[in-house]
Write a protein that binds this ligand. Sequence first.
Ligand SMILES: O=C(O)[C@H](O)[C@@H](O)[C@H](O)[C@H](O)COP(=O)(O)O
Length: 242
Amino acid sequence: MPVTPIVLHNEASVLNKFQELIEEIANESINDHDHFYVGFSGGSLGKYLCQILPKIKTDWSKWTIFFCDERYVDESDNESTFGFYKNNLIPLVALTEQQFISININDPIEKVADDYEKIIRQKFNMIKDVPSFDCLLLGVGPDGHTASLFPDHHILNENERLITWIIDSPKPPPKRITMTFPLINNAKYSIFTVPGKGKAEIIKKIFEDKIDFPAAKVNSKKVIWLLDQDSASECSIKFDTV
Ligand SMILES: O=C(O)[C@H](O)[C@@H](O)[C@H](O)[C@H](O)COP(=O)(O)O
């Protein structure tokens, strides 16, 4: 079950806290091992990161950005998560395209997933053990999915592969690759950034009804949920607002 969420007043204060946490974790990682290996998700997280990353102070050259999940579409497609960050974030911060580990959709999706896992293992220099990402940035869908780990999907039980694929995503587009729980749950930090009324129902189901959605199964070494009063509004449990 997830930890106690941090509830802030509104989206602006959620994003301020998110900015603080990313700056702190990134610089802690860089000071400790001279790089910051982070996983980005798609969806509204992209909008949040474009707002806050230009404000943080860090050595961008030490960042490598992987995808917690990525849609199996060309980067020119509006649905491409890498395409979104390439067009909207790179112009705002000193990151290069090469610092993003993107996918090659000229290959079959199975090979894309295998190759992505190989690249992760190479970057971490870990052929056998499960790499530990410095930080994964996650969202939660209204159905309780995170990354491309959807409820009742067989890949939730994947315990060997670090990266797998689906061809029947309930959230379009249907074909995606995704990190699996063995990889997600070995990360040092996972941060869910979930402001807004639109997520109040799923937040209640996760934190009050304690329904074991995929997002609730994220059990990285430290899991942080950033909510605001709107997204926490359906919960009768009154969390301390900071
Ligand atoms: O590529 C994706 O679709 C995302 O990785 C996905 O897991 C997202 O994080 C959730 O669907 C929440 O998205 P919203 O915050 O936009 O609802």
